[in-house]
Design a protein around this ligand. Sequence first.
Ligand SMILES: Cc1ncc(COP(=O)(O)O)c(C=O)c1O
Length: 362
Amino acid sequence: MRPKPGIETIQPYQGGKPIEEVQRELGISDIIKLASNENPLSPSPLVMGAIQDAATQVNLYPDGNAYYLKQDLATHVGVPPENLILGNGSNEVLQLVGETYISPGDAVIYSAGAFIVYMLVAKVFGAKSIVTPMCGYTQDVAAMADAITDQTRVIFIANPNNPTGTIVAKTETEKLMARVPDDVLVVFDEAYYEYVDRPDYPQTLPYIHEGRNVIITRTFSKIYGLAGMRIGYGLAKSDIIETMDRVRQPFNCNLVAQAAARAALKDVEHVRRSQEINTIGKTYLYEALNEIGLAYVESEGNFILVHFDRAGDEISDALMRKGVIVRPVAGYGFPKSIRVTIGTPEENERFVKALKAVLADN
Ligand SMILES: Cc1ncc(COP(=O)(O)O)c(C=O)c1O
C-alpha cells in the first residue's frame, strides 16, 4: 500500500531509549535516563492521589471538553477557557495546527536545529519546509521574517528551543511579529516556559489578547512531571481554538491525565522544587563540564547541549554501556554533541562520573 506523497521520506521519531530497552539489550541494571527532558522528581503526592481516584472511573469516557481542567488552566494562565485547547501532549496540539491550517504546497518556516516535530508536521501535511539557519545556537527570527512569502502559512518557534536550550529574546520576537502578515500563524512552542528565568524572555500571551494569529503551546510533561500521562495545551484566540476543535478527536485527553493535570496545577510546591532542583543541577553540571574542559550551550530549559571532538553517537553509546542514557542529536544537525537532561543531584553526579570514565577510556 503506497502512503501519501512525502511519507516515505519521514523517519519515525526517535525518542530517548527507555530504561527497559537498554536493560534488555545490554543486560545491565541500575540504569538512569537523562535522555528525554523529563522531570527527575517522582510525581507529586497530590498527583498520585488524583490518579488513584480517577482510576476508579475509567470505565467511563473522559469529559471530551475537559471542562474542569480548562477552568483551572484558565485561572492559572489568566485567559478565558475559550482560549484553550488540550492535547495528548503538546505534540498533539502541534499536529492539530497542521491538520487545521497546513495544506499541500503551503510553506512552513522553522529554524535549523529546532525541535524536530515541526519538520514532521510540515511533511505529514505536504508542506514545503523553509528551514532558516541558526545564528550561533539561537533561532534567527529575522531570517524567518525574511523567508515569509505568499505561500507561508505557519512559523514554528521553540522558545526555549530543544535541543539547544536557547531563547529568542523579547526584542527579537517583537520585531518578528511586526513583520508577520495576518494570514500567517505563528506558533510559540513554550514546552519549557516554567523553567525560564530571564528578564528578556518574551511574554507571548498579549499577542493573543491583541487578536494576533498566534498559538502558544505548553505542556504538563516537563515541570509538572507528567510526561507519561501525555497532556499539554494550546492557547489562542477563540476563533482559532474553535476551528482546531473541529479537527480534534473527541476524547483526545484521557480521564486520568485530566485529573492528574488538575492536581499538578495545585501542587505549587512541587513545581517550585522542580525549578530549584533544575537550577542546582544546571550549576553543578556547568561547573563539572568546565572542569572537564567541554564546551556546552547555556540552557534555559532542563537539559544541556554538550559538545565533543568526536561523534556524539559514540559518546552516548559509551555512556549507555555505563548505564547512563543521554540523547545523541546528530538528527538535529549536531553530530558532535549530546543532549543531557538535568537530573537529581545523584543522577547528575553519576552522569559526570560516567562521562569522565568514557573520556578517559578513549
Ligand atoms: C520544544 C518541545 N516542544 C514540544 C515537546 C512535546 O512535549 P509533549 O508532547 O510531551 O507535551 C517537547 C518534548 O520534548 C519539546 O522539547
